[in-house]
Write a protein that binds this ligand. Structure first.
Ligand code: BGP
Length: 461
């Protein structure tokens, strides 16, 4: 074996409640922002497919967990849907949801699969969205109550907790780039959302510690390192600014307990700082995470600003840099994203050298493929050698980082089975297991799923 991994390394995958459970209107669940948005604007979703049924994990979890076992999982992340557990956002807890999540957690443990539970994966309950979503401090308090309820209900069995998945995505998607409902374009409101999310996170960590839950708590961040076009001062400065806005904005407060000073300066100069309430900075300072999840898909490449800012346009991050398309970059032709494996190593070195070598794991990495049915072989399963190669090439760099002392505890692929992915619905397939939308959501293990089992059994390749 050329690439052995440390003992007890986590091999598994990540998913989320809203993307897999389905049963959106069953057993007391109330709509999230996604159900509502799909009901008023189905055209915004690929093939108009909404979150109603997704992959029906709600009913098929036993079969799915058996498949996780079959594909070598020793750990698996999903999320608890706030809109299922506390359908009105605050108040009564839905016993049917308690039963469901309890059964899932028990089934995972019975199969020796460590449950990793995340508490928010873009899925704002609609009743909370009506109160302003993350712009509202009332919603922050409601989230902390939801998190505390989860710790109380499942803290006896779940050892690894995460407050948020990719909290910058709702800022980008709903307040800058109009990818997600409510499609607002307003940096300052986005900055408020970011700050309130960080406060919600810190307060949840504080509650977790106060309750003395026997486990660890962290957050999952999508780190998208920024690389300058050249070593020219202006390009380097542009990359640094992009890095501050998109990575350090969350990474620093959750690990070091404070915002990067140069980011604060950039926002202050432009009058873009959010309102910060008394005690916010103290709660952030006092509640660093135990464990970080790193989602990595692709780098960000930037250059010094060259294109003019449209007259009168309100502030956007792109006023400070231009995106840069690097000639000769490697592309995943089935998704259009750049593939650059060694970036995962750069992240590991950065965490080692600048973040006290805190414990972390790769919590998402994966290859989306549109039209993947075309790779089905005569035996009827998808022969996704490209995905095996993608994982191997990234793992080689993870291995190197580990050898050089980075504190990486595991690797989770996005994702276990093909799932519904927000506005992209079922467009890009990422699973180790195929979900056939034409055949009653039939599950078939792909070639990568068989390979992943060997990888996990051998603890390397
Ligand atoms: C990540 C999200 C996941 C998932 C994935 C794939 O950023 O955490 O929820 O959706 O991206 O995204 P897509 O299907 O758009 O390629």
């Amino acid at each position: 074996m050329s690439y052995p991994f440390p003992e007890n390394f986590w091999w598994g995958s990540a998913a989320s409640g809203p993307q897999t459970e389905g049963a959106a209107q069953m057993d007391g669940r109330k709509p999230s922002m996604w159900d509502y948005w799909h009901s008023i604007d189905p055209e915004s979703f690929h093939n108009e497919v909404g979150p109603e049924n997704t992959s029906d994990f709600y009913h098929r979890y036993k079969q799915d967990i058996a498949l996780m076992k079959k594909t070598g999982h020793n750990s698996f992340r999903t999320s608890i849907q706030w809109s299922r557990l506390i359908p009105d956002g605050v108040g009564e807890v839905n016993q049917l949801a308690v039963d469901f999540y309890g059964r899932v957690i028990d089934e995972l443990i019975a199969n020796d699969i460590e449950p990793f539970i995340n508490l928010y994966h873009f899925d704002m309950p609609m009743c909370m969205q009506e109160k302003g979503g993350w712009e509202s401090r009332e919603v922050v308090d409601a989230y902390v109550n939801f998190a505390t309820t989860c710790f109380r209900l499942f803290g006896d069995r779940v050892k690894y907790w995460f407050t948020f998945n990719e909290p910058i995505v709702p800022v980008e998607a709903s307040y800058l780039y109009q990818w997600h409902y409510p499609k607002i374009v307003d940096f300052k409101r986005g900055a408020q959302v970011a700050h309130n999310t960080i406060v919600a996170h810190a307060k949840a960590v504080e509650a977790f510690k106060k309750m003395k839950v026997d486990g660890e708590i962290g957050i999952i961040l999508n780190l998208t390192p920024s690389y300058p076009r050249s070593e020219d001062v202006e390009d380097v400065k542009a990359a640094h600014i992009a890095d501050l806005i998109f990575n350090r904005s969350f990474l620093d407060p959750v690990t070091k307990g404070e915002y990067p000073k140069d980011l604060v300066e950039i926002l202050r100069e432009r009058n873009m700082l959010p309102t910060i309430e008394v005690d916010d900075l103290t709660v952030i300072k006092n509640n660093p995470i135990d464990l970080l999840g790193v989602n990595y898909y692709q780098p960000r490449r930037v250059k010094a600003k060259e294109t003019p800012i449209p007259d009168g346009e309100a502030f956007m991050p792109e006023h400070l840099f231009d995106p840069y398309i690097m000639p000769g970059r490697k592309i995943n032709p089935h998704r259009g994203w750049e593939i650059c494996e060694e970036v995962i190593y750069d992240i590991m070195v950065d965490l080692r050298d600048h973040y006290g070598n805190l414990p972390f794991f790769i919590s998402e990495n994966g290859m989306g493929v549109e039209g993947e049915e075309k790779f089905r072989n005569a035996e009827g399963f998808i022969e996704d050698d490209y995905r095996i190669e993608f994982i191997q090439e990234h793992l080689k760099w993870v291995h190197k980082g580990l050898q050089e002392g980075a504190n990486c505890l595991g690797y989770h692929l996005w994702t276990f089975m093909d799932n519904w992915s927000w506005a992209n619905a079922y467009k890009n397939r990422y699973g180790l297991v195929e979900v056939d939308l034409q055949k009653d959501l039939k599950r078939t293990v792909k070639k990568s799923g068989k390979w992943y089992k060997q990888l996990s059994e051998n603890n390397g390749f």
